[in-house]
Design a protein around this ligand. Structure first.
Ligand code: SAJ
Length: 410
C-alpha cells in the first residue's frame, strides 16, 4: 500500500469539512472536493459556509499553511474519504446515488494501492457496494490492490471539533488490511480508541447507536402522552424514576429532528423489515408526536382560533443550535398555520433573522422577538428549550394557555 501523504475528502459538509481541516492541521495535504461551487470558493478562501464552533480557525489555518485546498474535481490522491449525504427514498430505503457518484469520480484517478474510506452513514452492504461500483468501472483493479473501509462519523453537531479528536472510532474493512490502513490514517488526529471490525458491522454499529437513542426517546415520548391522559406531570415522573440506579429515561419533546436519528433507523428497518418491529415502532411513535402537539394546541385554542394568537418558541431541531434541518418545530408550525388558518402565529427563534422558506410568505406566521411574542399571545407553545427562553418570567405566562413540550417550566 502507498504511504499516505495526501488525501481527497469528497463532500465538504458538516462532516467532510471538519475532517479535511483536522487532517490538514495535522500535517496531511488535503484536497476537499464538493459539487457546490460556492462551498469550494468559500473553503478556498479559508471560510466555513455553516456554523460549527472552532471549525473556522482550523480551516483558515489549514488553507493559510497551504495544506488544504478545495476543488470541484476529484484529484489523484493516496487516500479518499467519502463524506456525502445518504438521504432516504420515498420508500425509506437509502439513496446511495451520492456515494455512487463519488465512486464514479474516484475510479478514473486510481493507480492501485489507494485507500478509500466511506464515512457517510450507510445501510449494511453500502461499503461493499461502493467497492463493487468502483471495480466495475476499473476491472484492471481488485481488492488485492484497493483498500476499502467504512469509518462512520459519530460526532455531535456543536461539538464536532472536540469529538473528532476525543471520540473512539469504529473502522470496518472490506479486508483486514483496509481496516488497518484506515486506522493508521485516523491515528494522525484521533486520540480515542480505534476499534477494528468488518465493514458491515461498522455500518450497523453507527445505525444501532442512533436507533438506541431513537427507541429511548420514543419511550419518553410515549410516557408523556400516557401521563397527559392520566393527569401526571411526566417531567416529575421521569425525574423520580431516574433515581433508580439502573433507570435513565430520556426527555420527551415535540418529536425527533435532525438529519441522523430520524433517518438512520429506517436503514435497519429496510434491511430487515420483519425483524425490526421495535425500531420501526419507535420511529412511528416519534414521528406521531408532532400531531399530538397540534392536538394540544387545538385544545388550548378551544375553538376560538379566529381571535387568537399563538407564540411559538423555537424552530431549531434541538436546543442552542441554529440547525433547522428536519426540525419537528418547523413542521408543527407549518401544520398549525394550515389547520388554524384564522389564528396568528408569532414565532420566536433567537438564532435566525428571517423565517425559513417553508414558513415565509404565510399570512398568519411572523418572526417576532421572544417577549413581544409572548406578550401578545393567548397560547404559548414552547418547542425548543433554548438557553434564551430560560429568561422568560412566570408572570409573562400568567393567564395564557401554556404548552411546554420540553419541560422547561415543569
Ligand atoms: N431529543 C429528545 N429527547 C432527548 C434527546 C434528544 O427529544 O432526550 C431530540 C432532540 O431534540 C432532537 C433529536 O432528538 O430533535 C436528536 O438530537 P440528539 O442530540 O439526540 O442527536 P443529534 O441528531 O444531534 O446527533 C446524533 C448523535 N448520536 C447519538 O447521540 C447516538 C451524534 O453522536 C451522531 O454523530 C449524530 O446523531 C449523527 O450524525 O449520526
Amino acid at each position: 500500500m502507498t504511504e499516505i501523504k495526501n488525501v481527497a475528502v469528497i463532500g465538504l459538509g458538516y462532516i467532510g469539512l471538519p475532517t479535511a481541516a483536522i487532517l490538514a492541521t495535522n500535517g496531511v495535504d488535503v484536497v476537499g472536493v464538493d459539487v457546490n461551487p460556492k462551498t469550494v470558493e468559500a473553503v478556498g478562501r479559508g471560510e466555513v459556509p455553516f456554523v460549527e464552533p472552532d471549525l473556522g480557525g482550523h480551516v483558515a489555518k489549514a488553507v493559510a499553511e497551504g495544506r488544504l485546498r478545495a476543488s470541484l474535481e476529484t484529484p489523484v490522491a493516496d487516500a479518499y474519504i467519502v463524506a456525502v449525504p445518504t438521504p432516504f427514498n420515498a420508500d425509506k430505503t437509502a439513496d446511495l446515488s451520492y456515494i455512487e457518484a463519488a465512486g464514479t469520480n474516484i475510479a478514473p484517478q486510481l493507480r492501485g494501492g489507494e485507500l478509500i474510506i466511506l464515512e457517510s452513514t450507510s445501510p449494511p452492504g453500502a461499503t461493499q457496494h461502493l467497492a463493487d461500483h468502483i471495480l466495475a468501472l476499473r476491472p484492471d483493479l481488485s481488492l488485492d490492490n484497493l483498500l476499502v473501509a467504512h469509518c462512520p462519523e459519530r460526532v455531535l453537531p456543536g461539538r464536532v471539533m472536540i469529538e473528532l479528536v476525543t471520540n473512539d472510532r469504529i473502522v470496518g474493512g472490506i479486508t483486514r488490511e483496509a481496516a488497518e490502513a484506515a486506522r493508521d490514517l485516523y491515528q494522525t488526529f484521533c486520540q480515542g480508541e480505534i476499534l477494528l471490525t468488518d465493514a458491515t458491522t461498522a455500518e450497523m454499529a453507527k445505525l444501532v447507536e442512533n436507533s438506541f437513542r431513537d427507541v429511548n426517546i420514543a419511550f419518553a415520548n410515549e410516557l408523556s402522552v400516557i401521563s397527559d391522559k392520566l393527569g401526571i406531570n411526566v417531567w416529575e415522573l421521569i425525574e423520580l424514576a431516574n433515581h433508580h440506579p439502573r433507570v435513565n429515561i430520556l426527555q420527551p419533546g415535540p418529536g425527533v429532528g435532525g438529519h441522523c436519528i430520524a433517518v438512520d433507523p429506517w436503514f435497519i428497518v429496510s434491511s430487515a423489515p420483519e425483524e425490526s418491529k421495535l425500531i420501526r415502532q419507535a420511529r412511528e411513535t416519534n414521528d406521531a408526536k408532532p400531531e399530538w402537539v397540534l392536538d394540544q394546541v387545538g385544545k388550548a385554542l378551544d375553538g376560538a382560533d379566529a381571535n387568537s394568537t399563538v407564540a411559538v418558541l423555537g424552530l431549531a431541531f434541538k436546543a442552542n443550535i441554529d440547525d433547522l434541518r428536519e426540525s419537528p418545530a418547523i413542521s408543527i408550525t407549518q401544520r398549525l398555520s394550515e389547520r388554524f388558518a384564522t389564528a396568528d402565529f408569532k414565532v420566536a427563534e433567537p438564532h435566525i433573522h428571517e423565517l425559513p422558506a417553508s414558513l415565509a410568505g404565510r399570512g398568519n406566521v411572523e418572526l417576532a422577538e421572544t417577549h413581544a411574542a409572548i406578550a401578545g399571545a393567548d397560547v404559548v407553545l414552547l418547542l425548543v428549550d433554548h438557553q434564551q427562553f430560560k429568561a422568560i418570567h412566570a408572570d409573562e405566562l400568567a393567564g395564557k394557555g401554556v404548552i411546554d413540550t420540553r419541560g422547561m417550566w415543569r
